[in-house]
Design a protein around this ligand. Structure first.
Ligand SMILES: [Zn+2]
Length: 83
């Protein structure tokens, strides 16, 4: 079981390395705490939808990423889930 601070450290390192390799990274806001999160940018015409965890507040949310934007929403079933 990882703590949020471990998760944050790993995420920051991951996206730092991704940027260094030239992998496109896009930023968006957590639907719970409105802090900045990052995700890899999908190729053109591709949609990535996945469950994700905010590394600031630990909230679970559903992330839909396209090349132009990232939409993050909290599904009702996850609204009260805390891990
Ligand atoms: Zn958050």
């Amino acid at each position: 079981m990882e703590s949020i601070s471990d998760l944050k450290k790993e995420a920051e390192q991951y996206f730092c390395e991704a940027s260094a390799r030239g992998t496109p990274v896009i930023t968006f806001k957590c639907p719970c705490c409105s802090k900045e999160l990052r995700t890899l940018q999908p190729p053109k015409g591709v949609i990535w939808d996945t469950l994700s965890t905010c590394w600031h507040c630990g909230a679970g949310f559903f992330k839909i990423a396209t090349q132009d934007e990232v939409r993050a929403q909290v599904p009702p079933s996850l609204g009260h889930a805390k891990q």
